[in-house]
Design a protein. Structure first.
Length: 265
């Protein structure tokens, strides 16, 4: 079973051609169309206008796949991460492979998509190259010059999709043993967030987990947990003069926030 997450932007035909290509290669069981939605206090941008219009047209054209339309904010790291991660996590639990189309999204969301794909063994990323170079934006939405540019831009002919090759390591677990360890690691991330994003020492963490005394066995166990999180880029562990301070990295803060709010689990 294979699903597609299409990060819809200014290109319509290239997104459509990519979905059609993978439908022939694998057969697609589910299609997510992620389109740009401005924040509550923002006016729609040119990108948001194009993204939503193209997503709506793709949904109509690919009605047979019963596309799932999901709004998000492609210029906000938290919004992009939560949206993509939630789909990947659900797909992993359902035994589905995931293809992510990054052809037409923002640079920020492209980076988030690649980062998130590196967390899951069931995730792959692709882009659909254009046969010709794109045109510069002309005019504003509603103006004849803009609408003419948009029409030509969104209907660009494409080449065959190019899958981006990723390393084999993934952040998410692949065995029952790794799942148990990952559960402890995620709990520690949440506890760090709930305590201001930082622990003064391993002893603090041991207490947060409900243990009364920090004996050598517990210290070794939780030191290993911290080391694994450090290798995954989710915490920093800096040793001071007397104790080891453990703090969330910037990505660790985003991930812990998503865990705390039930966005991921």
């Amino acid at each position: 079973m294979t699903i597609i997450i299409c990060l819809v932007g200014s290109h319509y035909r290239r997104a459509f051609d990519g979905i059609r290509y993978w439908s022939k290669v694998h057969g697609i069981t589910k299609l997510y169309l992620l389109y740009s939605e401005p924040a509550d206090d923002e006016e729609p941008t040119v990108f948001s206008y194009m993204s939503k219009k193209n997503a709506e047209d793709l949904s109509d054209k690919l009605e047979i796949l019963d596309p799932i339309m999901i709004p998000y904010q492609p210029l906000q790291q938290r919004s992009a991460f939560r949206t993509i991660y939630r789909i990947l996590h659900s797909a992993r639990d359902s035994g589905e492979d995931v293809l992510i189309d990054i052809t037409s999204t923002t640079n920020l969301t492209m980076g988030i998509a690649l980062t998130t794909a590196l967390m899951f063994r069931n995730a792959r990323v692709y882009s659909v190259p254009a046969k010709e170079s794109a045109w510069y934006v002309t005019g504003k939405p509603g103006e004849p010059a803009f609408e003419d540019w948009f029409k030509r831009s969104r209907m660009q002919e494409s080449k065959e999709p190019t899958e981006l090759q990723l390393p084999g390591y993934r952040l998410e677990p692949s065995s029952k043993h790794e799942e148990k360890e990952w559960d402890r690691e995620k709990k520690l991330l949440v506890l760090l967030r709930e305590n201001g994003g930082e622990a003064d020492s391993i002893s603090d963490i041991i207490r947060w987990f409900g243990h009364m005394a920090a004996n050598s066995t517990l210290r070794n166990r939780f030191s290993r947990i911290v080391s694994r999180l450090e290798m995954k880029g989710l915490v920093n562990a800096e040793k001071g003069s007397k104790m080891k301070v453990i703090s969330l990295t910037e990505f660790g803060k985003i991930f812990a926030e998503a865990l705390s709010e039930g966005i991921v689990n």
